[in-house]
Design a protein around this ligand. Sequence first.
Ligand SMILES: Cc1cc2nc3c(=O)[nH]c(=O)nc-3n(C[C@H](O)[C@H](O)[C@H](O)COP(=O)(O)OP(=O)(O)OC[C@H]3O[C@@H](n4cnc5c(N)ncnc54)[C@H](O)[C@@H]3O)c2cc1C
Length: 407
Amino acid sequence: MVKSYDVIVAGAGPAGAAAAAVLAGQKLSVALLDRAEHPRHKLCGGLLTAKSVEALARVFGLHLSDLAARPSPFDGCGGGGLFHETSQYLFLHQGQELLRGAAAEPFRFVDRPAFDALLVRMAVARGAEYLPGRAVEACDAASGLVRLCGGEELSGRFVIGADGANSVTRRALGMNGYDRAAWRRNLAAAIEVELPVGAGPGQFPRQVSVPELHVGSPQAGYGWVFPGPRGPKVGICGLRRNDRDGRDFGAIFLDFLRLLGVAAPESVALRGHPLPYGNALARPACGRLLLAGDAGGFVEPLFGEGIFYALATGAHAASATLCGLRNGEEACAREYERLLARTVRPELVWSNRLRWLLFAAMRRLGAAPIRGFVNCAPAALAEMVHGRRSFRLLQKKTWEWGEGVGG
Ligand SMILES: Cc1cc2nc3c(=O)[nH]c(=O)nc-3n(C[C@H](O)[C@H](O)[C@H](O)COP(=O)(O)OP(=O)(O)OC[C@H]3O[C@@H](n4cnc5c(N)ncnc54)[C@H](O)[C@@H]3O)c2cc1C
């Protein structure tokens, strides 16, 4: 027999957990399924901006005072609350040169396995049924039928696809909503490793408590060094997979590690994951299916911030579903698009423009454009990253939330 739910949420990362928490909070029957069991590994720097912290309060009722408390009821890593590091600063490097180092509000860092597990627990506390170890094999947007690997089938009045960058549910959008060639063109490669501090092979030579962004070197895309829970996290991300000499992304990453002073970087086991990078879907809803988070391509393409956009689009998809359950599929798709257009889409469009402009200018003029950019109005730029101002011409930004999302 096929088990039925009001809503099936496929994928229990931040997008899926946010959607499930909103819907279960409205007393609907919600299945939150994931192919893994939490806490599960997720390649991610774990950086949270101020808008992400606000989204946690809005969507889950998780307030900063609870999350940062020591000891915290939501402890992620050994008695220090959910955040393993908080930094008032962000250093921007061009090669060996430090361009700028201030931020108005703190950046916070979470360990993704603990963070994602907490969000799932919050959704379950509101009544969502968590089904770990269930991988979606296929989904039918017209009927809301979801087939799992192994043959089990579930049926939803609506389905929210939140199964990440390599989404299976996205395939169900068909030709209308999803151009596979365009998706692949805009998919960035990312590599990230977490290294112990030390002077030995494959170790990072210094402690890191302030996040660093590096442009210009690595030779493709940009790099970062973030404080990690067990040691610094070093990563690179870029659309181009090769440098001018034709070397691949892995070789570019090893050069970056060398530049940072890591001895024998070849001894480090590399891990990669794709990052949607300017390919937010134009029509992320079709029939009974809505896509949220990485599955819908909702990642900010200048800095690669995805956690906030996953939380926001997960919550928006849930709000639109509430509308759809009353008024039908077309109303659901319209409401989803209305919420996206008012909040998320302008940020993604304008940050993408800024990225192309900055990288094109850097190719011609070196560090000068980026130096001018970060020095022109540092406080306003920091506010832009944190979501107080829009990527659209630095206008003041307020975030709107839809039905079912608390204050
Ligand atoms: C190297 C790297 C560093 C990053 N650093 C940052 C950062 O510092 N800050 C930031 O804001 N963003 C960062 N991002 C982006 C961020 O990690 C993502 O945007 C975010 O995780 C998206 O959340 P999501 O819920 O959409 O997807 P995910 O977090 O990917 O969750 C998807 C879930 O779906 C499950 N799933 C997948 N397939 C199936 C299936 N077939 N059936 C059932 N379940 C399935 C997975 O197990 C997973 O739990 C980074 C990304 C990368 C690659």
